[in-house]
Design a protein around this ligand. Sequence first.
Ligand code: ZN
Ligand code: ZN
Length: 223
Amino acid sequence: MRQLIVEGLSHLLWPVECPFCKRLGVVACDGCMDLALSEGGTSCLKCMGKYPCPVHADRSLPLYWGAIHEGKVREAVHLLKYGHIKSLGIKMGHALARNLPIEGPIDALVPVPLHIGSVRPFNQAFEIAKGLGQALGVPVFDVLSWREELSCQVSKSPVERRMLPEGVIVFKDDVKVPDGKGIIIVDDVCTTGTTIERCRKALEKKGFQVVGAVVWSLGGSSK
Ligand SMILES: [Zn+2]
Ligand SMILES: [Zn+2]
């Protein structure tokens, strides 16, 4: 009873609920997220096939993903993006660190940038990266941006997203990044892997070595 009263009060003060079990007063339970991520895996970033990839061998990178983008897993992304619950992103990052077999050495995490002109108050990929970085003890560098003139041509359809122009994502010239070569790119959802590939190109052009990518969920439409 007392527990219920406390949870009821915290719901009034802090109106959130776990997207998985609907428990009030918490943005998400660790246990619920661990269960949701128990089926996650590692794929080849180039073809979404298995990793290590027999086709792409040395050009392939591991894409660590937490779950398939459906049901409650998808709901969590929507709450973060459209419900603007920033702290959920941090918790999602912590859960990814607990559940994915991410291999090092990793020097930094780089989030996929938010589209120019987006009305969202924050970049959900950055929040997930922050949580992941806290758990792994790795800094987050927000160093990429979309090139304005190319960004407006980007369609939301998964088929057209495969055709994202080269150079659509660039390294922000005004940021200074400490030394450190091994970089993991972070996003909320991965559909075709093309956006992450464009991020990889932008980082490699600056001499960084991308060693993999981490996403909360796989499939579905992303941004
Ligand atoms: Zn829960
Ligand atoms: Zn492959």
